[in-house]
Ligand binder design. Structure first.
Ligand code: B12
Ligand code: SF4
Ligand code: SF4
Length: 375
């Protein structure tokens, strides 16, 4: 069951993947770094990252697939060059570049399955396909497969293609006639610390370690609750994900952007929608606008929460009418975060409006938000 790598690489390119590397299915050399990260609680409320059965899979790929011999790792580039003044416009809510188009899981998973089925039809073998979904240290195995080095921002960075690419994996009991190996040192950052100092929320306690609990990407996408009021003013206009620690990276200037058109935004409003639109979103608008994209799993209430924070950071009083409407929203998260933004945009008006409402607010946490404004 030995498969010729050149044929595999050619087939992967036909399927639209930008790069492919193959590495033996050996344990990650950074498994202990992952355990330390979990022990420090830096995964926040991403409980799936810490589950003992998932730790066992990350430790030994044979737990996922007995007899696993190889990992095929693919990279798919994303992103586009859009005007920075539009993306940074505080009247817009900014979406991370990875989420500008169609959901990458929906694009990559069927292609990986096609690749696996093709190899299986040629020589047999068993395969497991993963795109972000498996208990696998994808970046570490991607590095072992020669797809890049680990930046101080924890991204897998290719010296020529930057870090704006997704990873997908096929774990298999097949062997290949040759394996890739890292083509560069484990890290190429040298003395650079740009990403560490640029991070708006100071989420890197040290190089190569990210405390997800402070990361805007975690807060806007993964975290379901009330975002710490201390962090809110630091989040700028980000409403879904964050690209700051990649945008400042010197290796990013070589990034080619997406060759896959489904990953590109249809227009700038898809990359940075006007906040007034987001503050007015109902469920139907949300589905129409973001269905099929990575934002779909966020659901409308959390996007509105995030838009309220961006509106509070904008500080313009044009957000007051939509925020007033959100004080009557069915979602306590939207009501409470709208109160916070209202307090920042028009503090005197907010105090009188919230004072009149606080006794009628049924949700304890939303009420606490009102109370914080009232002092
Ligand atoms: C949980 C998760 C998150 C969390 C936590 C991220 C983190 N840094 O841990 C949050 C929600 C914050 C997040 C954010 C993002 N994510 Co994410 N995420 C994941 C996920 C599911 C698991 C990552 C993980 O295992 N973290 C645990 C830590 C301990 O592991 P690690 O990040 O791989 O870090 C390694 C190195 O730091 C290394 N290490 C430790 N010490 C040292 C020291 C030296 C010297 C060296 C060389 C290495 C080293 O060891 C670690 C273990 O391998 C992966 C998919 C997967 N299954 O792997 C996607 C993944 C990492 N995410 C991805 C993306 C695109 C993003 C965002 C860019 C999205 C966005 N724009 O908002 C941001 C980037 C933020 C950042 N700087 O990492 C891509 C990254 C692709 C790439 N080129 O690197 C992945 C691989 C998904 C995919 N299949 O494409 N993500
Ligand atoms: S994604 Fe943003 S918030 Fe998260 S570590 Fe990078 S710069 Fe910081
Ligand atoms: S910005 Fe500098 S330190 Fe950070 S990942 Fe890029 S090269 Fe490394």
């Amino acid at each position: 069951m030995i498969f010729p790598v050149e044929r595999l690489k050619a087939r992967a390119a036909e399927l639209g993947f930008n790069r492919l590397g193959i590495t033996p299915a050996e344990p990650s050399p950074y498994f202990d770094a992952y355990l330390r990260w979990i022990d420090a609680g830096m995964h926040g409320e991403m409980g799936y990252m810490a589950r003992p059965d998932r730790q066992a899979r990350r430790r030994d790929l044979n737990v996922i697939l007995p007899g696993a011999r190889s990992l095929v790792v693919v990279a798919l580039d994303y992103g586009d060059v859009l005007p920075a003044d539009v993306l940074n416009d505080p009247s817009r809510g900014r979406i991370a570049a990875y989420a500008w188009g169609q959901d990458y899981h929906d694009i990559m998973t069927p292609r990986l399955e096609t690749l696996a089925a093709w190899m299986q039809s040629e020589v047999g073998g068993t395969f497991r396909a993963y795109v972000d979904t498996g208990a696998i240290l994808e970046r570490s195995h991607g590095q072992a497969a020669g797809l890049g080095f680990t930046g101080k921002n924890t991204m897998l960075i290719h010296p020529r293609f930057g870090s704006r690419f997704f990873l997908g994996l096929l774990l298999t009991d097949m062997e290949f006639d040759e394996y890739d190996s890292p083509t560069q040192p484990a890290t190429m950052c040298g003395t650079c610390t740009r990403c560490l100092t640029a991070c708006p929320t100071n989420a890197f306690p040290r190089p190569h370690v990210l405390d997800a609990r402070r990361c805007i990407s975690y807060l806007t996408i993964e975290y379901k609750g009330w975002i710490d009021p201390v962090l809110r003013p630091l989040m700028g206009n980000w409403v879904f994900g964050c690209d700051v620690c990649q945008d400042v990276c010197p290796f990013q200037r070589f990034a080619p952007g997406a060759s896959e058109t489904a990953l590109l935004p249809v227009d700038v409003d898809r990359a940075a929608p006007p906040l007034l639109d987001l503050l007015a979103l109902d469920e139907a608008d949300f589905r129409a606008r973001f269905g099929g994209s990575p934002l779909a799993r966020l659901k409308r209430d959390r996007l509105v929460r995030n838009a309220c924070i961006a509106a509070g950071n904008w500080g313009s009083d044009v957000v007051v009418p939509p925020l007033l409407r959100l004080l009557d929203d069915a979602s306590p998260l939207a009501r409470g975060t709208a109160a916070w933004a209202f307090g920042r945009a028009a503090s005197e008006e907010a105090r009188s409006v919230l004072a009149a409402r606080i006794d009628f607010e049924p949700d304890a946490e939303a009420k606490a938000e009102f109370a914080r404004i009232l002092g």
